[in-house]
Design a protein around this ligand. Structure first.
Ligand code: SF4
Length: 252
């Protein structure tokens, strides 16, 4: 039988006593230190009162994010206004949260040689479900054309669940001044690879003429006409009508 009068390991000692073998690591305060010990913790509070305030007054004052902050997505355009997305669905396959839905279509189905993106295909349906998205950025890594990037925008709330499924129109980058709204033909004499290499720097007079014929009321026409007329809006890799690959002028 065990001796119940001797406290064993793990047993609760009597009030006012300590367990056998217990050693206090810090010496017990004495004198003035013993007097202020009960309020010593407030020292942290008092010292914080005289430090600069770090509280952010959001949403009244919005502090800029870090440059590489993962905010909402954006579908980018080339300098002539064509969309960079080719509807390949790689972003959707890379998404671990299954938040992206893409449908691709053929540019050949568009009338009169119009294109929404360079090459054969474009993204006809593009949705990101922000109820699922975890902003990991794997979709950005997967995109072969740099069509998909992330902005610094973080205010993604809404009153309905449906409203947080963003459509292609919500995600497409706005047309910058001088860009021509798609659809329209590619820069004459270029191939999709020249677009990917950044060799198209703006709309050409041929593209402007095509849009003027098919959509004479297009609001982007005037600015695009001015940009194309200034001679700054050309494909640098090739002169119009001559495939750059054939002339060997494509930058490597
Ligand atoms: S955003 Fe990029 S990865 Fe996604 S479908 Fe378009 S081209 Fe493909």
């Amino acid at each position: 039988m065990s001796d119940r009068s001797t406290p064993g390991p793990g047993s609760t000692p009597e009030p006012g006593t300590t367990s056998p073998g217990y050693q206090q690591l810090r010496p017990k305060p004495t004198g003035v230190r013993e007097l202020v010990a009960p309020v010593a913790g407030f020292g942290v509070t008092f010292s914080s009162m005289f430090r600069p305030t770090v509280t952010e007054q959001y949403p009244f004052e919005k502090v800029p994010t870090k440059p590489r902050y993962h905010g909402r997505h954006q579908l980018n355009r080339y300098a002539d206004g064509l969309e960079k997305c080719i509807g390949c669905e790689l972003c959707a396959w890379a998404c671990p949260a299954d938040a992206i839905y893409v449908e691709g279509s053929s540019n050949a189905e568009l009338p009169d040689g119009g294109h929404r993106s360079p090459g054969e295909r474009y993204g006809s349906v593009y949705q990101i479900n922000y109820l699922r998205c975890i902003f990991c950025g794997l979709c950005i890594e997967a995109c072969p054309t740099r069509a998909l990037t992330m902005t610094n925008e973080y205010e993604l709330t809404g009153p309905t669940r449906e409203g947080l499924i963003w459509e292609k129109e919500d995600l497409l980058a706005p047309l910058r001044d001088g860009m021509l709204a798609a659809p329209h033909p590619m820069v004459p004499g270029t191939e999709d690879t020249q677009y990917y290499r950044g060799e198209v720097t703006g709309p050409t007079p041929e593209q402007v003429a095509w849009v003027a014929e098919h959509r004479p009321d297009d609001p982007t026409l005037d600015a695009a006409r001015a940009a194309a007329g200034q001679g700054t809006a050309t494909a640098t890799a090739s002169s119009a009508g001559t495939p750059a690959a054939a002339t060997g002028t494509v930058r490597s």
